[in-house]
Design a protein around this ligand. Structure first.
Ligand SMILES: *[C@@H]1O[C@H](CO)[C@@H](O)[C@H](O)[C@H]1NC(C)=O
Ligand SMILES: *[C@@H]1O[C@H](CO)[C@@H](O)[C@H](O)[C@H]1NC(C)=O
Ligand SMILES: *[C@@H]1O[C@H](CO)[C@@H](O)[C@H](O)[C@H]1NC(C)=O
Ligand SMILES: [Mn+2]
Length: 613
C-alpha cells in the first residue's frame, strides 16, 4: 500500500522517543505500532539492519536498556515485519491486541469476536478500516464542506476537460472503487474525459479480476471512461504518477491517491484557475476520512509546505490571504503535499516529476520548488475539497525513510544552492561523503539551467518566508563527552526541559546545533515560524535546562556557550562547564552537570565551514 500523500495534521514536536520506549518491552513496542510508526516516520534516519529472528537472551537491567536501544535502531523494520506478518497469521489476532488496537476506541463495540479479528487483520494490513469500508456504500454521500460563498461562484462555460489518475498498490478494493465512484459522481460528466488507474504491481487478487469487472461494467455505460495501466514491476509512487500522466489525454490531469472521496463542485474552481493561467499547479483543500469510522472530518483551510527533512506539512494560509477576508479565494502555497491538478502539457514543459527518485517522498517538494523557481505557481483552492484517508499507521513494505532521505538530498543538491546544508543538518548526516548514493542528478541540474530558474534564496524570501533558516549553524550532530563516548547529550522527556545523558542513538532528540552566536540548539530543527521555537541549552542557576531560544534570549538568560571541537563547553556568563559528574545510582554511572571546569572535552559530529570567515 502506498501511503501516497501522507501529511498528517500533527504538529506536536517529538518527545524523546527512546526515553519513552526504554520502559517498554519489545512486545509493548509492537502493541504501540500505530503510535510508534507515526514517530518513526519523522524521526528515523537509519537504514535498516536485518532483524534478528529471535529475541536476544535477557540480561540485567542495564543490558535490557541497551538491547531496547538496539531494537530501536531496527524498530521500523521490526514494526513493518509485524504489520506484514500479522494479516497472514489469523491465530495471533486474538488476545490483548484485539481490545488494545486503536481501531476499537471509537468503533466496533458490537462486533463479534470473529468480526473483530477480521477487522483487526484488515486494519493492520491497510492502516485503515477495510472491514467497515467494505460495508459502506460506494456512492455514499459526504458532507459538503465548502466554505460559504463557494456555491455562489460561477465559472467559465467552456472549461478544459480532465483526466483523473489514481495510483495504488495493494489498496482495499472498496476504497479504490469509492474513489472512482466519487470522481464520476461529483465531476460534471462533460468535464471528465477519463479515469486512469495505475496499479503499481499489486499482489492482491481483488485488484485484478474484481477491479477489471467493475471497469468493464462502468465502461459498458460510458465507453472508454476507465483505463487501467498495470506495472509489471514495482515502480513506486513517483514513477506511477508519471506513468498515469503518460496515459492521460485530456488537457488537464489530476493526480490522486486511490483512497479519497471527491466533494461536490471540486473540479470547476480548479479548471477555471488552470484555464486562466496554465502555469498554476493546483491542489484541492483536503479533509480527513477517519481511518476507523470513515467519518469525514473537516480540516481548516491551509497552505502546504515542508520541513527541512522535506516531510510535508500543512501551513497557516499567508497573511495576504487572511487580509482578503474572502474564504473562497485561492491560497498561495509554497508546496504541494502530493496530490495535485496540472495542465498536461505544462507539466511536461516544467519537467514532470524527478524520475530518478525512488519509491516515495520528496517528489512533491521538488515539483513545488521547481515550479516556483522556474516561473509557475502553486495554490490551494478552498472551494475544491477532497476527503482523504489518513492512515493510522503506515504499512511500509520497505524502509521508506531511507528513500525519503535520499530523495530529499536530490532536491537539496539540485534546487537549494547553499541552503542544501539545512537538509543535511535536519537529517543529521555529513554534507560531504554522506555515504548515501543519490544517483545521477545531472539531468535535473540541466533542466534547472534550461528553464533559467531562480535561486532558492528567492524562493524562501518570496514564496516561503515562514521557513526558518539556519545559516548561522557552524556544527551539528550528536554531542559526546570523551569520558564516555557511548553516551550522548539528549533532550530527555519533553515534560521537564531537563537534558540528560543517554545511550547514543542519533535520532532527533539527540540532534545538537551549535551556532555562530554561540547557542546550542537541541532536538528537532523547528521548520517554520509557526512551529514551536527551537530549544536552547541554558544555565539556569547552575542547572542545565532546555528553554525556547527566543524566550531565553529575551530574558537575557545564560544561553551562550564557548565551544570548539574537542574542547570544553563553557557558559560565557557563568563560566560553568557542562560536564559529566559521577553518580553511582544512575544507570551509566554519570549524570550531566554544570560545574567548575575540570578539563573535560566534547565533540560534535559534523563541522560546517564558516562562510563568513
Ligand atoms: C448566494 O446565492 C443565493 C441565491 O442565489 C443568495 O440568496 C445568497 O445571498 C448568496 N450568498 C452569497 C454569499 O452571495
Ligand atoms: C509484479 O512484478 C513481478 C516481477 O517484478 C512480475 O513477475 C509480476 O508478474 C508482476 N505482477 C503484476 C500483476 O504485474
Ligand atoms: C472572493 O474570491 C473569489 C475567488 O477568487 C472571487 O471570485 C470573488 O470575487 C471574491 N469575492 C470578493 C467579495 O472579493
Ligand atoms: Mn494518501
Amino acid at each position: 500500500m502506498y501511503l501516497g500523500m501522507a501529511c498528517a495534521r500533527r504538529t506536536k514536536s517529538l518527545v524523546s522517543t527512546c526515553v519513552i520506549l526504554s520502559g517498554m518491552t519489545n512486545i509493548a513496542c509492537l502493541l504501540y505500532v500505530g503510535w510508534v510508526t507515526n514517530y518513526i516516520a519523522n524521526v528515523y534516519v537509519r537504514t535498516p539492519e536485518p532483524v534478528p529472528e529471535k529475541k536476544a537472551d535477557g540480561g540485567g537491567k542495564g543490558g535490557e536498556t541497551l538491547r531496547i536501544i538496539e531494537r530501536l535502531n531496527r524498530l521500523e523494520s521490526v514494526v513493518n515485519k509485524h504489520i506484514q506478518e500479522t494479516p497472514q497469521k489469523p491465530d495471533e489476532g486474538g488476545g490483548s491486541s484485539l481490545s488494545d488496537s486503536s481501531l476499537f476506541t471509537r468503533w466496533g463495540r458490537d462486533l463479534s469476536p470473529d468480526g473483530r479479528r477480521t477487522a483487526l487483520m484488515q486494519f493492520q494490513y491497510y492502516g485503515y478500516n477495510g472491514y467497515l469500508s467494505d460495508r459502506l456504500a460506494l456512492d455514499r454521500p459526504i458532507p459538503d464542506l465548502r466554505p460559504d460563498g463557494c456555491r455562489n461562484l460561477s465559472y467559465a462555460s467552456q472549461l478544459p476537460q480532465l483526466s483523473i489518475v489514481f495510483i495504488f498498490v495493494n489498496e482495499a478494493l472498496s476504497v479504490v472503487l469509492r474513489s472512482i465512484c466519487s470522481a464520476i459522481r461529483r465531476t460534471p460528466s462533460h468535464l471528465l474525459k477519463e479515469i486512469i488507474l495505475v496499479d503499481d504491481n499489486s499482489s492482491n487478487e481483488d485488484l485484478k479480476g474484481n477491479l477489471q469487472a467493475f471497469v468493464a461494467e462502468t465502461n459498458s455505460q460510458r465507453p472508454g471512461l476507465i483505463r487501467v495501466v498495470r506495472h509489471t514491476k514495482r515502480e513506486g509512487l513517483i514513477r506511477a504518477r508519471v506513468s498515469g500522466w503518460r496515459a492521460a489525454t485530456a488537457p488537464v490531469v489530476a493526480l490522486f491517491d486511490a483512497h479519497v472521496e471527491f466533494n461536490a463542485g471540486w473540479a470547476e474552481p480548479i479548471l477555471q484557475r488552470i484555464k486562466e493561467d496554465r502555469t498554476r499547479i493546483v491542489s484541492p483543500s483536503f479533509d480527513n476520512i477517519k481511518y476507523d469510522t470513515f467519518e469525514v472530518e473537516e480540516y481548516p483551510l491551509s497552505a502546504q509546505g515542508f520541513d527541512w527533512e522535506l516531510w510535508c506539512r500543512y501551513l497557516n494560509p499567508p497573511k495576504s490571504w487572511w487580509n482578503l477576508a474572502n474564504h473562497t479565494a485561492p491560497i498561495r502555497s509554497p508546496a504541494l503535499i502530493g496530490c495535485f491538478v496540472v495542465d498536461r502539457e505544462y507539466f511536461e514543459e516544467i519537467g514532470l516529476l524527478d524520475e530518478g527518485m525512488e519509491v516515495y517522498g520528496g517528489e512533491n517538494v521538488e515539483l513545488s520548488v521547481r515550479v516556483w523557481q522556474c516561473g509557475g505557481s502553486v495554490e490551494v483552492l478552498p472551494c475544491a475539497r477532497v476527503a482523504h484517508i489518513e492512515r493510522a499507521h503506515k504499512p511500509y513494505t520497505e524502509d521508506l525513510t531511507a528513500h525519503v532521505r535520499r530523495n530529499a538530498l536530490r532536491v537539496a543538491e539540485v534546487w537549494m544552492d547553499d541552503f542544501k546544508s539545512h537538509v543535511y543538518m535536519a537529517w543529521n548526516i555529513p554534507q560531504e561523503d554522506s555515504g548515501i548514493n543519490i544517483g545521477d542528478v545531472s539531468e535535473r541540474k540541466a533542466l534547472r539551467k534550461r528553464l533559467q530558474c531562480r535561486t532558492f534564496q528567492w524562493y524562501l524570501e518570496n514564496v516561503y518566508p515562514e521557513m526558518r533558516v539556519y545559516t548561522s549553524t557552524v556544527a551539528y550532530g550528536v554531542l559526546q563527552n570523551s569520558l564516555r563516548s557511548d553516551l550522548c547529550l539528549d533532550q530527555g522527556p519533553d515534560t521537564d526541559n531537563i537534558p540528560i545523558l543517554y545511550v547514543c542513538h542519533g535520532m532527533t532528540p539527540q540532534n545538537v546545533y551549535y551556532t555562530s552566536s554561540q547557542q546550542l540548539h537541541m532536538g528537532v530543527l523547528s521548520p517554520t515560524i509557526d512551529d514551536d521555537d527551537n530549544k536552547c541549552l541554558v544555565d539556569v542557576n547552575g542547572k542545565p535546562r532546555l528553554l525556547e531560544c527566543g524566550y531565553a534570549r529575551a530574558r537575557r538568560m545564560k544561553l551562550e556557550w564557548l565551544f570548539i571541537q574537542g574542547g570544553a563547553i563553557q557558559n560565557k556568563k557563568s563560566k560553568r562547564c557542562l560536564e559529566l559528574k559521577e553518580k553511582s545510582d544512575s544507570e551509566s554511572g554519570y549524570q550531566l552537570a554544570l560545574q567548575q571546569c575540570s578539563g573535560q572535552s566534547w565533540s560534535i559530529t559534523n563541522l560546517l565551514v564558516d562562510r563568513s570567515s
